[in-house]
Design a protein around this ligand. Structure first.
Ligand code: C2E
Ligand code: MG
Ligand code: MG
Ligand code: MG
Length: 291
């Protein structure tokens, strides 16, 4: 009897649902192992000045080369890591890898800003600034070379606490950016409260700004708002020359996107730096300056 019940149960659950559950349970276990073995990697994507094409820094973006499934996108495993609490260990790995790379680049004579995405769950630990301080000392990195990006939506959930934590980072000399700006629910009042140096416009607006007038207005408004609050504005999702031109015309300081470069392994950043696209242009200049 028990056996047949089990059989029924099996049939009952043997649907897309169990597949999804077991996949995420399996991925969680595998992610835990991958973190322990440091099998995740950081790719780096340049941020450039829109007036000159000069690379001013890079954003570190996680990649998980999975033995069976190939590269798994952070859009899939970051939410999983957030939901399971693994994000704290994963976030620490990201900080270690980024600081290691920063130090390696400095040894090679390249002083690049590195921006790291930080989860609210990491910030709410309240010891993040101490951990970062420890790593900066261990790798002898000046704090102004490290940036922290935090997504707008998450920052608003716990505004007082988050503001306090971000201010602690800024007091250490670390620059803070608010990421995916425009997709969240911040009001002008809350934005004013957040101690940040940069606004990053979400790519969804940038991508449509050259074809949709309303999106262009949103982008223009965010840039104006940012400047009003004495922040620099960075646009993500710059895929075309038209995007770059429009953003520059609207006064946006920095851009990041496939037009300049995709996220790449660290070695390729050095190559990009040493081989500017235009003959005679400055080291670290990306396509903008060639036109
Ligand atoms: P994000 O921080 O907003 O990063 C920008 C995303 O846009 C990256 O996706 C990047 O590859 C992509 N992108 C860059 N330029 C273009 C472009 O021109 N066009 C288009 N369509 N996309 C572009 P990615 O690497 O898949 O990362 C997705 C998200 O995962 C990130 O969004 C970030 O929220 C999260 N993430 C990545 N690495 C980390 C990490 O180390 N820690 C945490 N907490 N989150 C991370
Ligand atoms: Mg980011
Ligand atoms: Mg972003
Ligand atoms: Mg984004």
């Amino acid at each position: 009897l028990a056996k047949s019940e089990g059989g029924n149960l099996h049939r009952f659950f043997h649907s897309g649902m169990t597949d999804r559950i077991s996949r995420s349970t399996r991925l969680e276990m595998e992610l835990r192992n991958a973190i322990e073995r440091e099998e995740l990697q950081l790719y780096y994507q340049p941020k450039v000045r829109l007036d000159s094409g000069q690379m001013v820094g890079v954003e570190a973006l996680l990649r998980w080369p999975h033995p069976q499934e190939g590269m798994i996108s952070p859009n899939e495993f970051i939410p999983l890591a957030e939901a399971t609490g693994l994000i704290v260990e994963l976030g620490d790995l990201v900080l270690r890898l980024a600081c290691r790379q920063l130090a390696a680049w400095r040894d090679q004579g390249l002083e690049l800003n590195v921006a790291v995405n930080v989860s609210v769950k990491q910030l709410l630990r309240a010891t993040l600034h101490l951990r970062i301080d420890e790593l900066l000392q261990q790798y002898q990195i000046p704090s102004h070379l490290l940036q922290v990006e935090i997504t707008e939506n998450n920052a608003m959930l716990n505004l007082d606490h988050i503001s306090q934590q971000l201010q602690q980072l800024r007091d250490m000399g670390i620059r803070v950016a608010i990421d995916d700006f425009g997709t969240g629910h911040s009001s002008l009042a809350t934005l004013k409260e957040l101690p940040v140096d940069y606004l990053k416009i979400d790519k969804s607006f940038v991508l449509k700004a050259t074809v949709d007038e309303e999106d262009a207005m949103v982008v223009k408004t965010i840039i104006g708002l940012g400047h009003l609050m004495h922040k620099q504005v960075v646009a993500e999702g710059v895929e075309t020359r038209e995007h770059a031109d429009l953003l520059q015309a609207l006064g946006c300081e920095q851009g990041q996107g496939y037009y300049f470069a995709r996220p790449v392994p660290a070695e390729q950043i050095i190559q990009m730096w040493n081989q500017p696209v235009a003959i005679g242009s400055q080291p670290g200049c990306l396509p903008l300056s060639s036109a």
